[in-house]
Design a protein. Structure first.
Length: 615
């Protein structure tokens, strides 16, 4: 007899195809208990697939990104059905979809800056509906700019001409266009005027045969009703009745007169005036820089020595010697212009172009311009090279825009690391390390390193003290400034150098035993426990061995003036053992004994000299 399968989908597997499709695999149940006639795949309680015993995989599509789904597999025999445990599949994250087009983009301003230039400014879409990937600016249907800026200066236009502009904003889903805006450039002086053509007319009354015609020319400045004809110059003498005068000065007013000559004399016509057309200026000087900063410069322009017309436009340009590319920096009619958007710490070769009419321009010599340095920009993030439990090694590249010579590098370090592992020679059992900052204790313990948070820009003063069962030693004061780093070590006061250590119990010293025996023979006034105590002093005398190992900055107690009055500590019954927390001491009453101890305490006092270690 057949029964329900057991061990259905005991080893589930799946393959994520993309963010919306998953392929699932299964094997025959570990205990089929009959012939498998059907598989049914259930997702979140709904059947998504039904197949026979040969189907052992299924591709589930139409899923949502970043979604968790629960699958169950049901296997059926003629004796019943068995269902597997739930199998969880999570789809990966996907990029956003269904982003609408941007809209509501506006050309905010169109400014006519000259007869050949227009400045266009626009605003970003009010509803970008995503990330704007770029803008297109079209002039009369022709693309003139593609980029991410929201302004553009259109040059090389025709004077007194109307242009239409449209800006297009793009995102990943499409583009939107602004309304059409128009601008008309300023008029300019006429250009392309040829030389004047003088055509003399026939004399109304020749009074005989005309032998020839003469054309007289004079500058307009010499025209005077009372002036004689001496200032005029004969430029033509012929029987022809037309003449083209050449070799004239640009943009100059001339006067002409025609004589008709026969055998009896001549007849002169009235004077007529005519002005030649403009030409490119001559004698354009290099620019003068009045004020230079990192990103701007004020330029003073001198008028051309020979303008050859009315200079209606000045252009300030830069030349790249490597690529011979001209870049327009500014233009206008003013003799003082400001250059904007310059690159900091950059060398420019700047020149002036003066124009009297359309295509009647000439350029002057170049002058070097060096902009000032500025703060670096576009600093790439650091790269972590090695990470340990207590250190990080990192590296970084220079700023993409250094804007000058990089003089120093600063980081946002907020923790100061102190390490005095190799600073002290213990020479005994360690009791503790003490770290003070500005004479305030910030750490006490057994570790030989410390992290100290840096919460301000003030200068920190550190000192580390090592304490053992033999004494203590301190480092010089270490000063650290966030601005300048470590300062030189402070000099150590020689008066404060020395040791501070517990002495060997005085009663175990050989000299003490001999001295005490001598006193017992010579002085019968031995103080008993019930005697009245007089003035008492205690001497701490370190052994010569300890003196050789001195490494503390504390002074030796080496004179009677440094003895500590311990009378109050000896009010109880005297003992030779060193009380807890106190130095070894004895009660002294004989002045000779005090002098003897003074002599002993001064022996080899020079051994207390101390060479300090450093952090």
């Amino acid at each position: 007899m057949q029964a329900s399968p057991a061990g259905v989908w005991s080893s589930p597997r799946h393959l994520i195809i993309n963010t919306s499709a998953v392929e699932l695999y299964w094997d025959q149940p570990s205990q089929p208990n009959g012939y498998i006639v059907q598989y049914r795949l259930i997702r979140d309680g709904f059947t998504v697939f039904t197949g026979d015993h040969e189907d052992q995989s299924y591709t589930d599509i139409g899923l949502l990104p970043k979604q968790r789904y629960f699958y169950e597999l049901e296997a059926s025999t003629e004796g019943g059905s068995g269902v597997s445990d739930k199998y969880v599949v999570e789809t990966p994250v996907s990029c956003p979809t269904g982003i609408p087009l941007p809209y509501d983009i506006t050309l905010s301003a169109i400014k006519v800056t000259g007869p050949e230039s227009v400045e266009i400014t626009w605003r970003a879409p009010e509803f970008p509906n995503g990330i704007i990937t770029g803008y297109e600016l079209r002039r009369d249907g022709e693309v003139i700019y593609v980029g991410s800026e929201t302004h553009y200066h259109d040059f090389t236009l025709v004077p007194s001409m109307e242009y239409s502009y449209v800006v297009i904003a793009n995102n990943s889903r499409g583009a939107v266009s602004s309304e059409v805006a128009t601008a008309k450039t300023h008029p300019s002086a006429p250009s392309g005027v040829g030389l004047p053509i003088v055509t003399p007319l026939k004399a109304n009354q020749p009074n005989g045969r005309v032998l020839h015609y003469e054309v007289h020319r004079r500058p307009h400045a010499s025209a005077d009703a009372n002036n004689t004809d001496d200032a005029a110059t004969v430029v033509f003498r012929n029987v022809s009745m037309s003449y083209k005068d050449r070799g004239l000065q640009p943009y100059t007013l001339y006067q002409y007169q025609v004589w008709a000559v026969n055998s009896a004399g001549y007849a002169a016509s009235p004077w007529v005036s005519g002005r030649t057309g403009p030409a490119p200026p001559e004698g354009v000087d290099p620019p003068i820089f009045l004020h230079v900063s990192a990103t701007s410069a004020v330029v003073e322009i001198h008028p051309p020595a020979q303008p050859n017309g009315i200079v209606g436009l000045y252009r300030v340009f830069s030349l790249d010697h490597n690529t011979t590319t001209l870049t327009l920096l500014s233009e206008g009619t003013s003799l003082q212009q400001t250059l904007h958007d310059l690159r900091p710490f950059t060398q420019y070769w700047v020149g002036i172009e003066a124009c009297t009419c359309y295509q009647c321009c000439s350029r002057g010599p170049l002058r070097e311009l060096n902009t000032l340095a500025a703060a670096p920009a576009n600093q790439p993030p650091p790269r972590l090279v090695t990470l340990t439990s207590r250190s990080v090694q990192m590296e970084w590249d220079e700023p993409l825009a250094p804007n000058g010579v990089i003089e120093s590098l600063d980081s946002n370090l907020t923790v100061i690391w102190l390490d005095w592992t190799r600073t002290f020679s213990l020479n005994g059992y360690l009791k503790e390390y003490t770290v003070t900052e500005s004479q305030l204790r910030v750490y006490t313990g057994f570790y030989s390193y410390l992290h100290i948070p840096r919460t301000s820009q003030k200068t920190l003063s550190f000192q580390v003290t090592c304490t053992t069962d033999s004494g203590s030693a301190s480092t010089p004061t270490i000063r650290y400034s966030p601005a300048t780093g470590l300062d030189p070590l402070e000099p150590i006061d020689s008066d404060k150098q020395g040791v501070s250590m517990s002495a060997t119990p005085v009663y175990s010293e050989l000299w003490f035993i001999l001295l005490f025996a001598l006193l017992g023979l010579t002085d019968t006034k031995i103080v008993s426990s019930s005697s009245h105590f007089g003035p008492m002093s205690v001497l701490r005398a370190p052994s010569p061995t300890d003196l050789n190992q001195a490494y503390s900055q504390h002074s030796l107690h080496g004179s009677v003036s440094q003895l500590i009055d311990r009378k109050t500590l000896m009010m109880e019954e005297g003992c030779w053992n060193n009380p807890m927390g106190h130095d070894s001491g004895l009660y002294l009453e004989d002045d000779d004994l005090v002098d003897t101890i003074k002599t002993l305490s001064s022996v080899k006092k020079e051994h207390a000299m101390f060479t300090d270690t450093h952090l």
